[in-house]
Design a protein around this ligand. Sequence first.
Ligand SMILES: Cc1cc2nc3c(=O)[nH]c(=O)nc-3n(C[C@H](O)[C@H](O)[C@H](O)COP(=O)(O)O)c2cc1C
Ligand code: SF4
Length: 503
Amino acid sequence: MAAMADAVHRHGALAGVELWHGGQRSGNVLSRAAGLPPQSLLAENVPWQCQRMDRDDIAKLRAWHRAAALRARDAGFDVVYFYAAHSYLLSQFMDGALNPRGDEYGGSFANRARLVRELLEDTRAAVGDRMAVALRIEVVGEDGSEREERAEFLNKIKYLVDMFDVTIPDYGVEMGPSRFFRKAALETHVAHIRAATGKPVVSVGHFTSPETMLSQLNRGVLDFIGAARPPIAAPFLPAKIRECIGCNICYAHDGLGAPTCCTQNPTMGEEFHQGGHPEHVTGLIGSKMTAENTPETTIPPVMIATGSLWRADGRGRSLPGGHASYADARTLTPDQVLDGARPTGPVVIFDDEGYDIAAGLADLLASEGHAVTYITPAGTVAEWTSYTVEQSRLQASLIDQGVTILTGQIVTSLGPKTAHLTCVYTGRTTQIPCGGFIPVTSQETLWLALKSANLTSLLGIGYARAPGLIAHAVQDGHATARSHPSPPILPRRERVIVKALAA
Ligand SMILES: Cc1cc2nc3c(=O)[nH]c(=O)nc-3n(C[C@H](O)[C@H](O)[C@H](O)COP(=O)(O)O)c2cc1C
Ligand code: SF4
């Protein structure tokens, strides 16, 4: 930790450490210790229950918290941050539904917030003025109520806090994907806290433009601009902008337990491993390329990172060999629909991919008045988008548009005016009306076509070779450009062991 604080200080910045306890949201898979929330409930995403914290547990938590703050101080950190938001332990205590306690930690909002206040008092007494204390907290409860109580509470505890980091419970808004949210989406929710407390306030809001940042500061909404995704895409923000597009692929990798990466900045996380630098990034421009319209060139290398097309034959995860009946006049690929082709009659969309294409097409066609049935072998619409914090809103959008959603089903074949479905669990088959069919299963890569056309001076990379996320294509383009003609540089994932300095 000291090495981290030193490194931050070398760049003229202050180092902060965020103290966190998951409470009911921690399954403790590694330790198998019972989770500790305000009441005994099932832990999140696992079928075992937590243990309600009693007074001894609360006393232990206070001691752990104090010790952690002191460790951070001794390691040279400048700011100790409290995470009292987003349904983790402190937020669970403040939430009337999750905290039905009858003791001094339950009941009124002041009681439910008692633990936050006690931890702040402990920390302030422990670190004195050596560290700044910051509190990340929601300005309303889960159901949007308690706005006044919470502002009043923050005003009462302001003598313990150097900066309020204010937010709201809905993580889907706070981490707002640009598909659904504009910049500065939190402003109307949090703008009152500065006046209510007279303390410095920070918040987030997908701030990518210096004008929006300045506007928030000049209008007295915030004192500090908080930013997580924007500087991942553009580490020199606000001086130099490479705009974060709000795709949340960085957060998805966090959730997948993989190192964070970025669609816009392929050097993210690789800066010191590979001599990469966020300013030395090759741009990629997409255009429609085929083996026929792609010229052979004598000035190698020409890299092609696009050009793959969705398959019409159904080959994919569920039907690796596809099905002959997919070759039907009713079948349209996603590329054809995006080019303007439209089905007639009731449309069946088969989402074998799980990201956003099929749900997006369902949304588009339903908004144009088509009767749409969305089929997926998964349990939800666009299942993978739960990692990008988009899933629930995508599903809500299809429900609102009147799309029929059938989960746990695959389209095994087409019959006359029908699509034949098979339940992935029971194998039972059904038929539904089908006037237009859009399989979203997998793509045919341009690379193979180029190779078989002997266009050997062309280098197929990224999407042309293996369709995936835009982040994959950008990363592949960057790595290939930097390493060519050597093989692409692979990310290095060495495990660095920091030895204790003291014997
Ligand atoms: C990869 C990633 C990891 C995050 N981890 C944390 C975390 O550990 N603690 C926290 O308070 N917020 C975390 N956040 C949320 C951010 O602090 C921030 O609230 C959110 O990204 C919205 O701000 P932005 O629009 O500037 O990205 C994380 C965000 C991202 C993208
Ligand atoms: S992955 Fe997407 S959301 Fe995350 S920082 Fe990069 S561009 Fe922004």
